[in-house]
Write a protein of this length. Structure first.
Length: 108
C-alpha cells in the first residue's frame, strides 16, 4: 500500500521508481479507456442499448411472421371452402341471403 501513497509525487519514487511510474501510466491509460468507452458518442452503453433494441425487434419480427402465417391459413381456408367463406361474411359483415332476417345483439 506504500506505493499508492502520493503516487503523483515523483520526488518520493526512490527505489520503487519503475513500479510507481507503471502505476501512474496504468491509471492514465485506464482513465483514457474509460473516457473513450463511456463518454464517446459511440460508446459501450449505446452498444448495449442497440443489442436490446435488436433483440426486441427480432421478437417483434417473429410475432409478425406468426401472425402472417395465421392470416395466410385463414385466407386459404376462406378461398378453398365456400361454406367457411359464407360463414365469415355473415359473421363479419352481417351478410344475409334474400328473405333472411338478421338480428344484431350487442355484447355487454
Amino acid at each position: 500500500m506504500g506505493i499508492m501513497k502520493n503516487i503523483w509525487d515523483r520526488s518520493k519514487d526512490g527505489n520503487s521508481r519503475e513500479q510507481r511510474s507503471f502505476i501512474r501510466t496504468a491509471i492514465v491509460a485506464v482513465a483514457v479507456a474509460v473516457l473513450f468507452l463511456f463518454f464517446k458518442k459511440d460508446n459501450v452503453i449505446r452498444w448495449i442499448q442497440g443489442g436490446f433494441t435488436i433483440a426486441s425487434q427480432n421478437k417483434e419480427i417473429k410475432l409478425n411472421e406468426r401472425k402472417i402465417r395465421q392470416l395466410d391459413g385463414k385466407i386459404e381456408a376462406l378461398t378453398g371452402n365456400r361454406d367457411s367463406l359464407e360463414k365469415f361474411a355473415r359473421e363479419t359483415f352481417h351478410f344475409a341471403e334474400k328473405g333472411e332476417d338478421i338480428y344484431l345483439i350487442e355484447d355487454k
